[in-house]
Ligand binder design. Structure first.
Ligand SMILES: *Cc1c(COP(=O)(O)O)cnc(C)c1O
Length: 346
């Protein structure tokens, strides 16, 4: 069924991550039943979804006898932060290329949050202006390192290839076991989707297990059709890698209604979601990914998308390290929320 033991892998993840009920949110919205899969607690460098991908990617890097990993992302990339930590843990160097993808960012955007942690883990960094082919940039950086006698292993943006996606095929199995332990049927999984590896791996894993659980990806960046196409392409490659049958296109669901102005720019709905999760469940979301994903789940709920009484699992993909890079925007949102709401139990 799902034999992933034959792929090289490094143990980096605290697993299983908890599957917890969100009682207060469920009551506040009047159902359905909300659950949260705590992949913000994967344990590597403040956690997040890249840990599961990096188990397989670093496994491959070590098998290839690499001495440095090269990767790329946006300036406040969680992926680069977690890769830097994984490399430190494996005794490899890490070189990260950071794209200035977010316009109008605060002055401290390039020094705080994830960038601060990248440096903490000893990564070397280069910045790039937006709009370049960043995977090509990373390839060129690796070539330079090779010419200088190093043995680079290149990890694509977000760790999203069929190797990284194996981590989420494995997570699909973990969720199926937890559903059984909790005596529940999971009716929906909702998550923020960006570089696609998380959704693609989940969908491939679920298909391989013949588990008929729909996964709704809330796009953080691009239009629905482009995201569906990208997720589906990687889900197919991942399914092929694990020896499963193809993934029907109809299994890839994306909602692009919560992107706002674009990648890395929180919409009002993002800020509302972050405040709601913090004050109602004590959960930290982030302004780039999980805040948009959670906003999508709230929006779908309010529009009556989910049947009453069904079980909706929010896959919390992490990202809280980026909160500090958005302190100015979030402080403003907090002031507004303080004036508008009280979510204390009555
Ligand atoms: C990378 C990331 C995502 C998106 O996952 P993809 O596999 O790139 O689609 C979601 N949430 C957080 C916090 C991330 O860092």
């Amino acid at each position: 069924m799902l034999d992933l033991l034959r792929f090289p892998r490094v143990a980096l993840c605290h697993r299983p991550t908890p599957l917890e009920p969100m009682h207060r949110l469920t009551e506040y919205l009047g159902g359905p039943n909300f659950w949260i899969k705590r992949d913000d607690c994967t344990g590597l460098a403040t956690g997040g979804n890249k840990t599961r991908k990096l188990e397989f990617l670093m496994g491959e890097a070590l098998s290839a006898n690499a001495d440095i990993v090269v990767t790329q992302g946006a300036v406040q990339s969680n992926h680069v932060r977690q890769t830097a930590a994984a490399a430190a843990r494996c005794g490899l160097d890490c070189h990260g290329l950071l794209e200035r993808r977010v316009p109008g960012a605060a002055s401290f955007y390039e020094t705080t949050g994830n960038v601060f942690l990248d440096r903490m883990f000893g990564a070397t960094l280069e910045f790039r202006e937006s709009g370049l082919d960043m995977n090509a940039e990373a390839g060129a950086a690796a070539e330079k390192l090779r010419a200088a006698g190093r043995r680079p292993y290149v990890i694509p943006g977000g760790g999203s290839n069929e190797t990284g996606a194996l981590g989420y095929a494995l997570c699909a199995r973990e969720l199926a076991v937890q559903a059984e332990e909790n005596g529940i049927r999971i009716d929906w999984i909702v998550l923020g989707t960006g570089s696609t590896g998380t959704q693609a791996g989940l969908v491939a894993g679920l298909c391989a297990m013949n588990a008929n659980i729909p996964v709704m990806g809330i796009s953080v960046r691009q239009k629905r059709d482009a995201q569906v196409k990208a997720v589906h392409a990687l889900a197919e490659k991942t399914a092929a890698k694990i020896g499963a049958a193809g993934v029907p296109l109809s299994k890839v669901l994306v909602d692009d209604g919560y992107v706002g102005e674009g990648y890395g720019v929180p919409a009002d709905s993002t800020l509302d979601a972050i405040m709601l999760a913090a004050r109602m469940e004590g959960v930290l979301l982030d302004p780039v990914y999980s805040g948009k994903g959670f906003a999508g789940m709230l929006g779908l709920t309010r529009s009556g998308f989910f049947d009453a009484g069904c079980n909706v699992v929010f896959l919390h993909t992490g990202g809280s390290a980026a909160l500090f890079a958005y302190e100015d925007i979030l402080s403003g949102a907090m002031t507004a929320q303080n004036q508008a709401h009280s979510w204390k139990a009555s």
